[in-house]
Design a protein around this ligand. Structure first.
Ligand code: SAM
Length: 191
């Protein structure tokens, strides 16, 4: 078989990256809006489709949607009055990110084959029931760090880094430069 046909066969066999949603639990309205906003911004930038926020906080949704209006994509922050309901409704594996869990590299081959994955991150405290409700309890390095880092690394492993083309519907996009800042309005030619 020539290289052309084996190349296209390889392309056909390559599994699609799973669709990812994030559930952020343990948010403290009034104390955590910046941190939960950062979880959402990382989730959006690294290819998640939505973030459920428990308990709901409209301030987080507003600031993320304001940014998404300029930078594109269809990412949404959805209120989750019941985190258990979000977990119950998920059709794919529920991956609770916790420093106590199974190393990510061990679980990754199973996650990469899934159509969808729900990543769950906690805050200062995590309800113990999530350990039993999750399909996998997974660590991103067996050291304590942050929900923002855990979501970023897990998404990068599952979906790769975001590219430079910008998101659909964006009004602006970054033109990567070695120094300085270049932002192009979409539709304008980049230099
Ligand atoms: N001791 C807390 C606990 O109950 O897990 C740590 C809370 S930590 C400040 C907030 C969240 O960051 C955790 O709920 C978890 O989702 C995430 N996290 C922190 N370190 C992690 C790690 N090494 N691997 C995966 N997730 C981590």
């Amino acid at each position: 078989m020539g290289t052309g046909s084996s190349g296209s066969a390889a392309k056909r066999r390559r599994p699609r990256a799973p669709r990812v949603a994030v559930l952020r639990i343990g948010h403290r309205p009034g104390r955590d809006p910046r941190l939960s906003t950062h979880v959402a911004l990382v989730a959006r930038a690294f290819g998640a489709e939505r973030m459920y926020l428990h308990p709901p906080d409209p301030h987080v949704a507003e600031s993320v949607e304001g940014l998404a209006a300029r930078w594109g994509g269809s990412f949404r922050v959805l209120p989750a009055p019941s985190w258990k309901e979000v977990v119950r409704s998920e059709r794919g594996p529920v991956v609770h990110l916790t420093m106590y869990g199974t190393p990510l590299a061990r679980v990754l081959p199973r996650l990469a084959r899934a159509r969808s994955v729900l990543l769950v991150v906690g805050g200062a405290k995590v309800p113990p029931a999530i350990y039993g409700a999750a399909t996998y309890n997974v660590s991103v390095g067996s050291q304590p760090h942050s929900e923002v880092a855990a979501v970023a690394v897990a998404l990068e492993r599952l979906r790769g880094l975001p590219g430079t083309r910008g998101f659909p519907g964006a009004r602006q996009r970054i033109v990567p430069t070695a120094r300085g800042k270049t932002v192009a309005r979409v539709g304008e030619r980049s230099r």
